[in-house]
Design a binder for this molecule. Structure first.
Ligand SMILES: *Cc1c(COP(=O)(O)O)cnc(C)c1O
Length: 490
């Protein structure tokens, strides 16, 4: 930039004429001021610069110095006379360095009450899973190595036994996410063949996953049967033909058809499949391993149940109700899983060692249901007694009541949380929230301030109040959350 300025000087000088002179005179102090701007090199060589290079990345430091010098240059050109010593601009440079060094993907506080919030990263991992990721990530591992034999092993073998034990399935395999699981199943069992699906199950699960489109990508031909609200066994029966590759059942996930409805239980579909020797697949989506009815949560079949009822292939997500990392889990008949294992597509969908570590640790915890419900955050949040949530909400409310008294009307409010992630769409989860009604700013302005804070707090607006739902706030976040709300008002 200095060079550019020198260039500018050269440009002006030969054109000197009388009309330009007064302007140039005014510019002289500007030029003088500009010449006092430190160079990037001078900044780097200063003691500040040396400290920055120690603690931060070189390119980030240089970019930040340039930015601050440039902005000072602009100020000078606009007629200001800022102090230009390195000591005085160091603060701004450091601020810029910090800004550019922050990760783009960062933690935030979920105060929405939506437990499996796809936009906010779906499930948060349990301590056990995090510990296992940490242990595996920084170390070589037997990812594809059989230690007893001292030779190459299979990536998928580690996780198989625990999934089989928990689900009762003959075999299991895992891929990157459930969309990949569905895709590879279609590709393996129904490429160029017809897949029979009920019209009531042709769902879209957030953005890009739509059953008819996935079907196309999987090279399968969609054969819709029945109607939106009712599909009978005879609809499936009549559609079966020589080119049928698969009978597919898709969990309706994020919506519910109510009223005059009928769908075919997987048990009867499985029987039909056996009669015609056509595999029956159930895309469960969420994939729960614990019967949630004892917590008053109805309508989510467990993977074990669906396997017991005879589904040949079941697919589900790792980061929905299971509460683990992003993954797609495929369980079912051994000979079918073996076919998937041989599909070259599998290589493009294989999961990473960190995911394996998190997934294995998550599954292990299900060997003790009580511990799973206590320690897997997604399950804990969904089953938490109202009294516990109310106490947490109070712990948020009490310090806020003192700190922002003149700025907002606060109260404890009973409300409903959601499971999210396309699970249990019709179930409201009674919760407690801190309701914040700002007195001097709009509720939208408050929501935005919290969202742009550090860490960001994502809350929800209900009519003219902001709700901080205590269900999805972690105990360790309470202090930070309270400070964020206080800052938003200051
Ligand atoms: C969520 C969902 C998927 C997609 O799973 P991802 O893990 O997000 O890839 C597929 N099918 C159903 C029924 C779902 O609910």
């Amino acid at each position: 930039m200095r060079r550019r300025w020198r260039g500018l000087r050269v440009d002006i000088t030969p054109n000197l004429d009388h009309t330009l002179l007064p302007m140039l005179e005014k510019q002289m102090p500007i030029q003088e001021k500009l010449s006092q701007l430190p160079s990037v090199d001078e900044c780097l060589k200063s003691s500040h610069g040396q400290n920055w290079l120690e603690s931060w990345y070189r390119k980030t430091v240089i970019r930040s110095i340039r930015e601050v010098i440039d902005s000072r240059r602009k100020e000078i050109l606009n007629g200001a006379t800022p102090d230009l010593s390195i000591d005085t601009i160091a603060g701004d440079i450091e601020k810029a360095i910090r800004k550019h060094s922050a990760y783009k993907l960062r933690p935030l506080i979920n105060a929405t009450g939506v437990v499996i919030h796809t936009n906010l990263g779906r499930s948060i991992l349990s301590d056990r899973a995090i510990e296992n990721v940490t242990a595996t990530a920084g170390s070589y591992s037997n990812l594809e190595y059989e230690i007893p034999k001292g030779k190459r092993g299979k990536r998928y073998s580690h996780i198989k036994d625990i999934i089989k034990e928990l689900t009762g399935a003959e075999d299991a395999i895992v891929v990157n996410n459930n969309a990949a699981a569905v895709l590879i199943c279609l590709d393996t069992f129904a490429k160029g063949k017809e897949v029979i699906v009920s019209r009531g199950e042709l769902v879209e699960i957030g953005g890009s996953f739509r059953v008819p489109d996935v079907m196309k990508s999987g090279g399968a031909i969609l054969r819709e049967v029945g109607t939106t609200n009712k599909t009978h066994l005879s609809d499936y029966e009549n559609a079966v033909c020589g080119s049928t590759g698969l009978l597919l059942k898709v969990h309706q996930s994020n919506y519910k058809v109510i009223g005059f409805t009928e769908d075919i239980p997987v048990e009867r579909l499985a029987k039909l499949g056996r009669e015609f020797k056509i595999p029956v697949m159930d895309d469960l989506g969420s994939g729960c391993l614990i019967n949630l009815e004892k917590f008053g949560i109805y309508g989510e079949p467990t993977v074990q149940e669906v396997i017991r009822q005879g589904a040949d292939i079941v697919t589900f997500s790792g980061d929905k109700l299971l509460g683990g990392p992003q993954a797609g889990i495929i369980v079912g008949k051994e000979k079918l899983i073996q076919k998937i294992q041989k599909n070259p597509m599998l290589r493009a969908m294989r999961i990473d060692k960190m995911t394996f570590a998190a997934l294995e640790a998550t599954f292990m915890q299900y060997l003790d249901e009580e511990k799973a419900v206590r320690n897997i955050p997604t399950l804990r949040m969904l089953t938490e007694p109202q009294e516990v949530i109310r106490k947490r909400a109070k712990r948020i409310l009490t310090p806020l009541n003192k700190a922002v008294a003149g700025h907002a009307a606060l109260e404890l409010l009973a409300d409903q949380s959601r499971a999210g992630g396309g699970s249990l769409p019709e179930t409201g989860f009674p919760t407690y929230a801190v309701s914040v009604k700002p007195l001097n700013i709009s509720v939208n302005a408050l929501e935005k301030k919290l969202r742009l804070g550090n860490p960001p707090v994502i809350a929800r607006i209900k009519e003219d109040v902001l709700l901080i739902d205590a269900r999805t706030v972690q105990d360790r976040e309470i202090k930070e959350l309270v400070n964020c709300v206080i800052s938003a008002f200051s």
